[in-house]
Design a protein around this ligand. Sequence first.
Ligand code: 3HC
Ligand code: NAI
Length: 679
Amino acid sequence: MIITTERTGDVLVVVSNNPPVNALGHAVRLGLAKAIEEAAADPAVKAVVIRCDGRTFFAGADITEFGKPMQDPQLPEMLEALEASGKPVVAAIHGTALGGGLETALACHYRIAVPSAKMGLPEVKLGILPGAGGTQRLPRVVGAAAALEMIVGGAPIGAKKALDVGLIDRLATEGNLAAEAIAFAQEIADVRPLPRTSEKTAVAEPGVFEAFRAANARKMKGFEAPEACITAIKAAVELPFAEGLEVERGLIKTLVASDQSKAQRHIFFAERAAAKVDGLPADTPLIPVQSVGVIGAGTMGGGIAMNFLSIGIPVTILEMKQEALDRGVATVAKNYANNVKSGRMTQEQADKAVALLKPTLSYDDLGAADLIIEAVFENMDVKKEVFAKLDKVAKAGAILASNTSYLDVDEIAAVTSRPEYVLGMHFFSPANVMKLLEVVRGAKTSDSVLATAMSLAKSIKKIAVVAGVCYGFIGNRMLKPRQDQAGQLILEGAKPSDVDRVFLDFGFPMGPFQLADLAGLDIGWHRDPTRRETVREALCAEGRLGQKSGSGFYDYDEKRQRTPSPVAEKIIAEYAASKGIAQRVISDDEVRERCLYTLVNEGAKVLEEGKAQRASDIDVVWVFGYGWPVYLGGPMKWADQIGLKTVVDGLKRQADRLGPDFTISPLLAAKAEKGETFN
Ligand code: 3HC
Ligand code: NAI
C-alpha cells in the first residue's frame, strides 16, 4: 500500500510510502483522493495530517509520467478537493517538499515542518511552471515578490526562512514531526473558518514584476519558462483564483510540450544516469579517502584543492619552487576570502578550510595521502616524471589521478608499478566552481578506484561522467573540431565578432574568440615575433595577447568591454592572404553547421568508440562543462531534436570546406538513415 491511513484519536493520519522520493505518481494521487473522502465520510475524524515515510515529503510530480497520458485523478483536481475539505488538513514536512509536493502542502490548511526541511518550486528548472495551483497559491501565502524569487529562481528555501515568510505555520522538533503534527491538528481541529489559500489575496508591491524582470534579465535570457512563470504570478495578483488557475493551466500545457522542457527534463535524468557506471557491481568496495595530495599549485591545482578543503578533507599541495607554492596558497586564501565577502561562506568556515591546506616542496609529504591528483604542466614527459616519483612515495592503495586535459592516461599509468590505481580526474576551470568532472577510466583502472572517484565526486558536489582514454576525452575532443572550424572561418572571411555572435545567439555564454581573448592568446606561444605560423601567433607578434593586454581578437576598454577590432581583422586578412586563402561572405548558417554539426559528429564518434557510456553523458559534459544552453539539452539531444538527417545533410553540404581529414561518423550516418535518435 502506497498511501495508508491510521487514526490517532480524532485525527486521521495519512501516510505516503513511495520511495525513493515520494513522487506524486498515479497511485499516490489516487490514495490521497481516497483518504480525503475517508476523512469526510467518517464523523469521528475532526482533522487530518498528511505526512510521508522515508527520506522526504513529496518531492514533486512524477517526472517519468510527463509526456504520457496522465491517469485520473489529476494533481490539480485532487488538490482542489483537498483544499475544499470541510475538516482541517495539516501538512507535516520533512526532507524536500518540492514542486507538486509543496503545491500539496499549499493546498492544506496548515503546514508544520522540521528545521532541516527545504521547500521549493523547482519546475522552472524542468522548463515548466508549477502546474497544480502553485503559481496561484504561493503568491497568496508569501506575496508576489517572494513568490517570484521562489518560482522563477527555482531554488528551495529552508524551514526557518519559510516560517519567516509565512509559508509554514510552525516549526517541529527534529525527529518528532509525526507526534507534533498530530498535536497541532488537535489544537486547530475546531478553528473556523478554515484558512484556505485560494481565498487569500496575493499582495504585490507596485512595479515588482518590472523590477524583477530587469534584475534577472541575464539569467532568464533564452529560456521560455521564466517569463511564463511571471505571467502566471501576475495572474494570481490580478485575477480571481479560478481564472488564475486557467492561466496557469494554459501556460503549463504549452510548456510541457515544448522542446525546451523536453531538453531540460532530459538533462535532469541524464545527470542522474551519468553517475551510473555500466558493468560496475553495486557492491564494489570503496577506498576511504581522508587525505588528499595535489601536485602543482597553478590555475587548476589550487581550485582542485579547494573542493576537498571545503568538505573538511586535508590537502597537501606540492610545488617545485617556494615562490610558486606561496603564490598558489595565496590564491586559495584569496578565493576563500571572496567566498566570505559574497556570503557563500562564513569566516569560520573559510578559516577552517584554509587551515587544512598544507604546502610542501617535498614528495615525502605525500606518502600518507589516500588520493593524489597531479595538475602540473600539460606535457607527457613532465607527467611521467611526476608519476614515477609518486610511485615511489605514495602508500600502497593510494589512488593516483591526473588532471590532464588531453594526454593518454594509460601511458602515464604505465610508468608506475600500479596502473590499476591510476585514472584521470579532469576538472574544469575554475575547478572550485565548475560542476563537471570527467573521470577517465584507464585500461587497467580497477573497479574500486573508479567507483571511489565517482563517489568522491558526489561528495565534492561535482557531476561526474566516465570517459574512456582518447585525445581530449569527451569534452575537449569534441571542442577541437569546433575550434578548428571557427579558426578556419575567420581565415575565409567571417569576422571573429560574427562567429561569436552566432554562438551567443545560439545560447552559449561566450563565443570562441571571446573565450580565446579571456584565456590569453599567448598560452603555449613560443614568444618569437618573427614566427607567424598561426593567426594567434600573428596577433601575439603584434602585442595582442587578449583581454590582459587590452587587445586580442577584439579591442578592450578600461572596463574590459569589447569592440570588434579593424586592426585584428586586418592582421587576420593579411595572414589569410599569405596562405593563399580567399576571403568571402560567410552566412550564419555556415558558421553554425561547420562549428556545431562537426561537434555533434565528433560526439557520435566518441559514442561509437565507446569512449562515453551513453549519449546523455555527452550532453551532461557539454551542459555542465562548456556552457551548452541547458534548454537545448546538450549537443546529442539538440541533434535529436533538429533531426540527425538535418545534421548529416549539413555536413555533406559543407564537406568540401571541412578539411581533408573530415569524415562523417558511421553511427551518425546510420542513425540518420534509419530516422533514429541518439537519446
Ligand atoms: N519524479 C520522478 N523521479 C524522481 C523525481 C521526480 N519528481 N525526483 C527524483 N526522482 C528520482 C531520481 O530520478 C532518482 O532516480 P534513480 O535513483 O533511478 O536515478 C531518485 O529519484 C533519487 O533522486 P536523486 O538521486 O536526485 O536523490 P537526491 O537525494 O540527490 O535528491 C531530490 C532528492 C532533492 C528530491 C531530487 O531528486 C530532486 O530535486 N528531484 C526533483 C524535484 C522536482 O523537480 N520536483 C518538481 C517536479 S515537477 C512538478 O512537480 C510539476 C507540478 O508542478 C505539477
Ligand atoms: P599552470 O601552469 O597554471 O600550473 C601548473 C603548475 O604546476 C605550475 O604552478 C608549475 O610550477 C607546477 N609544476 C610544473 N611541474 C611540476 C612538477 N614537476 N612538480 C610540481 N609542480 C610542478 O597549469 P594549469 O592550467 O593549472 O594546468 C595544469 C594541468 O591541468 C594541465 O595538465 C592542464 O592541461 C590541466 N587542465 C587545465 C585547465 C585550464 O583551464 N587551465 C582545465 C583542465 C585541465
